[in-house]
Design a protein around this ligand. Sequence first.
Ligand code: FES
Length: 351
Amino acid sequence: MSSNENSEENLPSAQGEGEHGSVERADNPFADPGLPAHRPRVQDIDERAARRSERVVAFLFTLSMIATIAFIASYVAFPVDKIVYIFPIGHVSALNFSLGMTLGVALFCIGAGAVHWARTLMSDVETPADRHPIEADAETKAQVLADFKQGAEESGFGRRKLIRNTMFGAMAMVPLAGVMLLRDLGPLPEKKLRTTLWAKGKVLINMNTNEPLRPEDVAVGSLTFAMPEGLEEDAEDFQTQIAKAALMIVRIQPADIKDKQEREWAHEGIVAYSKICTHVGCPISLYEQQTHHVLCPCHQSTFDLSDGARVIFGPAGHALPQLRIGVNGEGNLEALGDFAEPVGPAFWERG
Ligand code: FES
């Protein structure tokens, strides 16, 4: 016995047309009129029409895949600032328009394909579901399983491989659009965290006077802040660069410098250290000239500038990086290279 026959037997309209049905309806104007008689669709009786519908559904899913590829291509091809005129909208961003259109088409085609599939090829037999107590007894579970299997069979998942495969392809590709948008999180830092503007021959510029620093400008006990020559305060990337390159300069009696490398990297007791705290990156600004300790105001990490800027107190995990300095032919203090290690916080754990 076919499912159609089964279903038609159960239709209220069929039941209602029994010997009592018409009498009941005539007596009771509120009686359930039942469902209209089932009419098979053209696809149910004509295999060529069914194949035509199958091709339409596959076409829509394929179109969705093409639209997703176009979305990715648009993202790569159109610059952010390209404006185009599109009638009747007017001037719009080419990138936004193309992303919206292609993603819209990709999603619409999946939906349209699924609806067309359901309306033309899946079983359209109406099956009454009588009310019953809400409990999943063994019989109900078996029935649900059987219905599921029947639904899967009638939907043609196994039989109509073209639809199934193109639908899986479309569903698998649409998320790629979201993956592409992850690129908007920004470019990878690459080696930018490892390097600063300091390089061999870069003159130290006093951040207060904007003039090159000379050894005689740095008095014992003073704290001076410096930046590399060529870095302008109104430059677009000034904050990015100074956040890595900011220097603090102090002069210590060479005999008081305990660390051998620090003494070699200094010039006549003038030492240059990164100003960026290695805890979470606050700028260090407090210097105690008797002890040569510098204190970070954020969480009180304390570094000993006479001993390689090692941490003597607080949460910072690493010594401050030292910049090797010398004097150029004009008598100005200059860098003899970049920092030997990345400056700032947390990079140590990441790198
Ligand atoms: S940022 Fe310097 S101690 Fe926390």
